[in-house]
Design a protein. Structure first.
Ligand SMILES: C[S@@+](CC[C@H](N)C(=O)[O-])C[C@H]1O[C@@H](n2cnc3c(N)ncnc32)[C@H](O)[C@@H]1O
Length: 257
C-alpha cells in the first residue's frame, strides 16, 4: 500500500485549478459568477469605467449593476489569487483541520467565495470532510456584510442543488460569523481582537481602500492582526497597489507580530 504524503492535498488541489498550464476559476465558481451577472450590465459598466478611468469606486456600491461588475471583474481575478495563496500558506498539515480564518474588508465576499470554492473542490477530491475552516469577516459597512453573506450562501446553495448535500456548506458556510466593525475605532478593534484568535487573516484589496486612510490602517496592522493571529498563523496581504505600498503594509503586519 502507498501512503500519500500529507502535503499531497496541496498538489491535488492545485492540479484541480490548472488548465492548459494556467490557473483558472473552478467550473462551479465560473457558473456562479456568470449567473449573478448579465452581459448587458457588464457592457454598460465597462463603458462607465473606461470613461471615468477609475478602478474601484466605493461610492458606486449601492448600485446593483456596480456590484455585478465588481464580482465579474475584480472578484473573479482575486478569487484565483486568494486560492493560490490560501493553498500555499494554509497553516496546517491537512485540509481538514478547522483552520480559523478572518477576512478584513469583505466587499462582495471575495474571500468567503474563494474559501468555500476551495472547500467544494476539496470535498469532491475527497480531501476535505467538512470541518475545513471557521470563517469570520469584519467590515464597517453593514450593507456589504449583508451582500457578502447572501452571496456566499447562494454559492453554497448552488453547489448543494447541483451535487447534493455538501459537508462544508454545513460547517464553513452555516458556521460563518459576520461582524460590523470600523477599523478607525481603536478601542472597539482592541476589544474585539482581545476576545478572538485566528490562524489566517486575509487583507485583500482593503489596505488601499480603507476610509479614512492612516488611523484605520494603523489599527489594522498594529492592533487587529497582532491581537488575533495565532502563533504560526498566516497573514495574507493582497493588494493591487504599487509593490512598494504593498510591501510596506505587509512589513507593518509582520513587524506588529
Ligand atoms: C475593495 S473592498 C475589498 C473587498 C474584498 N476584500 C476583495 O478583495 O474583493 C474594501 C473593503 O474595505 C471596507 N472598509 C473600508 N474602510 C474600512 C474601515 N475603516 N473599517 C472597516 N472596513 C473598511 C469597505 O467597506 C470594503 O468592503
Amino acid at each position: 500500500m502507498t501512503i500519500a504524503p500529507r502535503t499531497d492535498w496541496k498538489s491535488r488541489l492545485r492540479g484541480a485549478y490548472m488548465r492548459g498550464g494556467r490557473w483558472v476559476l473552478s467550473d462551479a465558481m465560473q457558473s456562479f459568477i456568470l449567473g449573478c451577472t448579465s452581459l448587458d450590465v457588464l457592457r454598460a459598466e465597462l463603458a462607465v469605467h473606461q470613461q471615468r478611468g477609475s478602478s474601484y469606486n466605493d461610492a458606486s456600491w449601492m448600485r446593483g449593476e456596480y456590484r455585478q461588475w465588481y464580482l465579474a471583474f475584480y472578484s473573479a481575478k482575486y478569487i484565483s489569487s486568494l486560492q493560490r495563496a490560501l493553498i500555499e500558506y494554509w497553516p496546517a498539515d491537512s485540509f481538514d483541520s478547522e483552520v480559523r480564518l478572518l477576512d478584513v474588508g469583505v466587499g462582495p465576499g471575495t474571500t468567503a467565495l474563494a474559501l468555500m470554492d476551495l472547500c467544494e473542490v476539496a470535498e469532491r477530491l475527497g480531501i476535505a470532510h467538512g470541518d475545513v475552516a471557521r470563517f469570520a469577516a469584519i467590515d464597517r459597512d453593514p450593507d456589504k456584510l449583508d451582500y457578502a453573506y447572501e452571496l456566499s450562501f447562494a454559492f453554497a446553495r448552488q453547489c448543494e442543488t447541483i451535487h447534493g448535500p455538501r459537508r462544508w456548506a454545513r460547517s464553513v458556510a452555516a458556521g460563518s460569523d459576520w461582524f460590523e466593525l470600523d477599523l478607525v475605532d481603536g478601542d472597539s478593534v482592541r476589544d474585539w481582537a482581545a476576545r478572538r484568535s485566528f490562524d489566517v487573516v486575509v487583507v485583500s484589496n482593503t489596505f488601499s481602500e480603507l476610509r479614512p486612510q492612516g488611523q484605520a490602517a494603523q489599527h489594522l496592522s498594529q492592533v487587529l492582526v497582532p491581537g488575533v493571529l495565532s502563533r504560526g498563523g498566516a497573514a495574507i496581504v493582497l493588494e493591487p497597489a504599487p509593490p512598494k505600498s504593498t510591501a510596506r503594509w505587509a512589513r507593518s503586519v509582520i513587524h506588529s507580530r
